[in-house]
Design a protein around this ligand. Sequence first.
Ligand SMILES: Cc1cc2nc3c(=O)[nH]c(=O)nc-3n(C[C@H](O)[C@H](O)[C@H](O)COP(=O)(O)O)c2cc1C
Length: 157
Amino acid sequence: MTAKPAIAIIYASVHHGNTRKLAETLAAELSADLFSVDEAKAIRAEQYDLIGLGSGVYFGRHHESLRSLVNSWHQQHFVFLFSTAGLPFLRWFQHASLRRCVSRKRCQVVAEFCCQGWDTVGPLWLMGGINRRHPNTKDLDRAKEFAKRLKASFSAS
Ligand SMILES: Cc1cc2nc3c(=O)[nH]c(=O)nc-3n(C[C@H](O)[C@H](O)[C@H](O)COP(=O)(O)O)c2cc1C
């Protein structure tokens, strides 16, 4: 691919805005158009070469609205997945539901990223939650590195 790829980033962030911070960082690094999942219903997905989909992880999966959006697609897309989570080391499992959904649409997942997000679900709220102040600068720096690698590999393909 020679021309600069057109990239959209679509996110849902309903708990503390953790994933919105991550999505904004990725969008800035990738010069991507940024949409909430509601805004994304109105865009023409086919005008983008690459689409990033991300949310917090809720009960082991991405937000349901992202799966609904993907199910409404009529064309194949290159996709990357991202998330913030209380337990980011479970990324492979926690991304599985959206990964499957994307694959069923014959779209290709080219990369995935997850980092810690402040989590006060249920009784965690009583102790101020886990991963307080995440995503932090270090998490967002890792996200920038991920975006740089993604941009380089996608532009070269
Ligand atoms: C209802 C609910 C369920 C959650 N379930 C999980 C989970 O299964 N695994 C996990 O790692 N984190 C879980 N979390 C933590 C969120 O993934 C984490 O706080 C994330 O950063 C929230 O992103 P957001 O602020 O963008 O919504 C849950 C949070 C909530 C509110």
